[in-house]
Design a protein around this ligand. Structure first.
Ligand code: SF4
Ligand code: SF4
Length: 289
């Protein structure tokens, strides 16, 4: 099974639009993974039917037993993350700030603190008419998004029976969730747009992805909005031997399709035509067709 992640240097480049379009017109047995767990939108465009929901526990957090606590305050003094506070005349751990270091449990003279699992999101498995989908939701304020991405990828593998492609919608940026997404992948499709900031983002992403030995493809969305910078991006790709899988023109139909919650490839439009060409070139290079 070929594993392909669609990623971008920042949000708003059209990454999920491209991922949903590829999922829609892929034409190969596939499993889908929405690894953008902080803004999971792939499901919004693919009308999934959910078949399971499970709690996701990230790192453990401290929990204080008020019956054992002697009110000495040592734990609050030692917590470097200021996660222990007074509430209703008792010491409590603020789970939004707790980093799970375990120092409080170690220093408490009364043994009143234990480290316990903390539910910080949900993992879903769903069925779409374009393949099974693993996705998730990280609760607001929760960390551990990289761990949740890894969980989503594990679910996708478990759902991949007979699939020739795992298509992942990755997170924007180059942080922990991106690293968790691209590790173990075969290839990435970087969605960029014609802008100086986007070019810098592209360069940073390429540097990261090269460390993982990935095949790197680039697609330039809304390329006709600034054709001079688009040429700069193409020059950069040529210099770095990166394959430009295609360019998508600005197309109001894309906005309409996304607003209606459907892949743009369900409508006839210049953007849909470009995406079909990108699919052909990309999947041919990956040996899928
Ligand atoms: S260190 Fe232990 S005993 Fe002291 S305030 Fe914290 S929980 Fe209570
Ligand atoms: S586990 Fe660490 S971060 Fe969390 S409350 Fe205890 S000392 Fe603070």
């Amino acid at each position: 099974m070929i594993k392909l992640a669609v990623i971008s240097g920042k949000g708003g480049t059209g990454k999920t639009m491209v991922a949903a379009a590829l999922a829609d017109i892929g034409g190969v047995p596939q499993v889908l993974a929405d690894c953008d767990v902080e803004a999971a939108n792939l499901a919004l465009l693919l009308d999934p039917r959910r078949i399971s929901t499970e709690d996701f526990c990230g790192l453990e957090v401290g929990r204080i037993d008020p019956d054992l606590c002697s009110d000495c305050g040592i734990c609050a003094d030692r917590c470097r993350f200021e996660a222990i506070m007074r509430h209703d005349d008792a010491w409590v751990v603020d789970t939004l700030h707790c980093e799970g270091c375990g120092v409080c449990a170690y220093v408490c003279p009364m043994g009143a603190i234990e480290m316990v699992p903390h539910v910080c999101g949900e993992v879903y498995t769903s069925v779409t008419d374009r393949g099974n989908l693993a996705h998730a939701r990280l609760f607001p304020g929760s960390g551990n998004s990289g761990l949740l991405v890894i969980e989503v990828k594990k679910r996708a593998v478990a759902l991949s029976d007979g699939a020739e492609l795992m298509l992942a919608d990755g997170p924007p940026g180059i942080g922990c969730p991106l690293i968790a997404t691209v590790s173990g992948m075969d290839a990435v499709l970087i969605v960029t747009e014609p802008g100086i900031a986007a070019l810098h983002d592209l360069e940073r992403l390429v540097t990261v992805c090269r460390r993982f030995g990935l095949k790197i493809f680039v697609v330039i969305n809304r390329f006709d909005l600034a054709e001079d910078i688009c040429r700069e991006i193409e020059d950069y790709c040529a210099k770095e031997s990166l394959t430009v899988a295609g360019k998508i023109p600005f197309d109001p139909v894309v906005v309409d399709a996304v607003r209606s919650g459907e892949p743009v490839t369900r409508r006839e439009s210049p953007a849909a035509d470009a995406l079909r060409g990108i699919r052909d070139s990309l999947y041919s290079d990956l040996g899928l067709i």
